[in-house]
Design a protein around this ligand. Sequence first.
Ligand SMILES: [Mg+2]
Length: 126
Amino acid sequence: MGEKKVRVLLVDDSTYIRTVLGSIIEEAGFEVTGEAADGEEAIQKYKELKPDLVLMDVIMEPMNGVEATKAILDNDPAARILMVTVLEDKEIVMDLIKKGAKGCITKPFSKEEIAEKVNEIMGNKG
Ligand SMILES: [Mg+2]
């Protein structure tokens, strides 16, 4: 129908997780607009690509997802960032949600969870 696909930036230090997330995103009818492997790269790609949504890992080196999320939101308070992380990061994630992150998906995630959450954040499109 020529409707614009939701453009997603994938941020994770694991190539494997980026690949899995990428398949899920595409199968769900969204578009992978770019990938980043750490926080610094995420900030740069966000500025460059202006994605509709970011899937953000927390534990990454040298710059983690907490710092990257804060930096992106400082620059663009309307940024949609969904944390994808392990349960142990819960307090950090709650703090980021207070600061403007849109939510959190816990690893291991399912295809359904990712698709549902992305649609929810994007206003139940599709
Ligand atoms: Mg990680």
